[in-house]
Write a protein that binds this ligand. Structure first.
Ligand SMILES: [Zn+2]
Length: 431
């Protein structure tokens, strides 16, 4: 892959270089627009192009989110991205990819003011290609700076014409949203299954059955929004090992992974309520460590477990950066989810915890594991077995997921300081 970027000039070339490389560039160079200009209009302070003959990703780092709409133009073939007025504080020279990078998809690109209040990015193509995704997402959790990402892939004449016909008024992206031609993929992971029943509760309740029933209802509600593609790691009472669940989500290009479980506590019958877990190298508390150990032991394929630990990418700095930004997003979602669940169901006394869950370790997508309740608690079992409770609780989760993808969970900082410093600890995912 060839890369071209403004402000910072690192070149990197691992298999999935883009997200982490972009973060790296931000760490290296954090130009700050003037307060006056930033207040008046969004400012682009960084641009980066990563491409080869089969795909291109063009990104602009902006002081705040913008509405972006893309369409194609023929003779010569171009992709046009229309924006509200943006101050491009960029080196114009960055827009001409090196001749050495041919055969690349993007020949050149340019940007500037189209009319008062309107800016435009024009992408000159070396062959037929379509904008397959135009997204803006926060760069830093809980702050305004936003990354506009334009994904370009080769396409046939029909798709190119269809993309041209998509009028410039048809929204291709909304701030913080993950719209575009493809809906974000949410993978639901009902714990256990088949020979692995999971926890056994009072009255004969089985974790695998309750987790599955809940996921079916959550899937129904998420699909009803029309905003997501929803997949499940098992579609019935099958055994699926933990590593295969993660592989499934990775292959599906998941934007969010939600694992559903219900714990049991044989010794403490009084403990109850829902808990949301995120991954961490060190457990937040002894209870979290116990539950993670219990869930991880439940159904792990020993050969795959070994392979995961031998992964050479683990030591890579890019892997580490990507993992850090994904974890920041998992935490953001976890917080939103706990707040929405509060209105729908009883929460554990400590509802937001973290530990080393195997199914949450993928660095590619944010993920949470929800223990719906304790099967050792009769009240929790009654709730989990109730269709009414499932409907209400799935609705709360759908609300939290909507907020997460709409970016509202990421805009709590309304101060709007345009010159916010980009930090290593709070980077955003690029998809
Ligand atoms: Zn479980």
């Amino acid at each position: 892959m060839d890369q071209k970027e403004g402000r910072a000039g690192e070149r990197m070339g691992p298999a999935r270089p883009f997200a982490a490389a972009a973060v790296f560039a931000l760490l290296a160079a954090t130009p700050k627009p003037s307060a006056a200009e930033g207040a008046a209009r969004p400012v682009a302070v960084g641009v980066k192009l990563v491409q080869d003959a089969g795909a291109a990703v063009l990104t602009f780092d902006l002081s705040r989110p913008v509405d972006a709409r893309a369409h194609t133009l023929a003779s010569p073939d171009r992709i046009v991205v229309d924006l509200p007025e943006v101050g491009f504080q960029l080196d114009p020279g960055v827009a001409q990819p090196d001749a050495a990078s041919a055969p690349a998809l993007i020949k050149a690109f340019r940007f500037g003011l189209l009319a008062p209040g309107k800016s435009r990015i024009v992408i000159d193509l070396s062959r037929r290609a379509c904008p397959v995704g135009v997204t803006t997402k926060p760069i830093v959790a809980s702050a305004e700076p936003s990354r506009l990402t334009i994904d370009v892939k080769p396409c046939d004449d029909a798709a190119f014409a269809a993309s041209a016909a998509a009028t410039p008024d048809a929204p291709a992206a909304s701030p913080g949203g993950a719209m575009g031609s493809a809906a974000p993929v949410i993978v639901l992971d009902p714990g256990h299954g088949g020979i692995d029943g999971g926890a056994h509760g009072v009255g004969g309740a089985m974790e695998k059955t309750l987790a599955f029933a809940f996921c079916v209802e959550l899937k129904r509600q998420l699909e009803a929004t029309g905003r997501y593609k929803v997949l499940m790691t098992r579609d019935g009472d099958q055994y699926v090992d933990l590593d295969s669940r993660v592989d499934f989500a990775r292959d599906a290009d998941a934007a969010l992974f939600v694992s559903i479980h219900a714990d049991t506590l044989s010794d403490v019958a009084g403990v109850s309520g829902s808990t949301v877990y995120t991954v961490a190298d060190r457990a937040s508390d002894a209870e979290a460590a116990r539950i993670a150990a219990h869930e991880n032991a439940a159904d792990r394929d020993p050969t795959k477990a070994k392979a995961a630990e031998d992964d050479p990418g683990v030591a890579d700095i890019l892997f580490d950066l990507k993992r850090r930004e994904t974890r920041a997003y998992s935490h953001l979602f976890s917080r939103t989810l706990v707040e929405d669940l509060r209105d729908a169901t009883r929460l554990n006394h400590n509802p937001e915890r973290s530990a080393g869950f195997v199914v949450l370790k993928a660095p590619e997508f944010p993920s949470v594991l929800i223990e719906l309740g304790y099967l050792s608690n009769a009240q929790d079992v009654a709730a989990l077995e109730s269709p009414e409770w499932r409907t209400r609780t799935a609705a709360a989760m759908t609300k939290a997921i909507d907020a997460f993808f709409a970016g509202s969970g990421a805009t709590e900082d309304a101060a709007g300081t345009p010159g916010v410093a980009f930090g290593a600890d709070h980077a955003a995912p690029t998809r």
